[in-house]
Design a protein around this ligand. Structure first.
Ligand SMILES: [Zn+2]
Length: 92
């Protein structure tokens, strides 16, 4: 079936998601068109924000807004403080 271009593009976009075939993508596209405008805007913004603001931590691989993630940053500081407090001491 030939759909108007905006619907066809939406169907193609949904089909890029894992496990979503033509039939489900078409159903989701028509559901999206029927959604409240504010909900569609919030959905679109959340997609853009997730892609723009989230990264994988270069140390542990968790999803994070900053690299390294908070857990790895705290571990790094804790390790540095531990090294500093346990460093060999020399008397001059
Ligand atoms: Zn991490």
């Amino acid at each position: 079936m030939q759909y108007p271009e905006p619907i066809a593009q939406l169907i193609d976009s949904y089909m890029k998601l894992p496990g979503i075939g033509q039939k489900t993508a078409t159903r989701l596209a028509f559901f999206t068109i029927d959604m409240n405008g504010d909900d569609v805007t919030r959905f679109a913004k959340s997609l853009i924000s997730a892609k723009r603001d989230l990264h994988f931590c270069s140390i542990c691989g968790n999803i994070t807004e900053s690299d390294p993630c908070d857990i790895c940053r705290i571990r790094r500081v804790t390790r540095a403080r531990s090294w500093w407090s346990n460093r060999p001491r020399t008397s001059w």
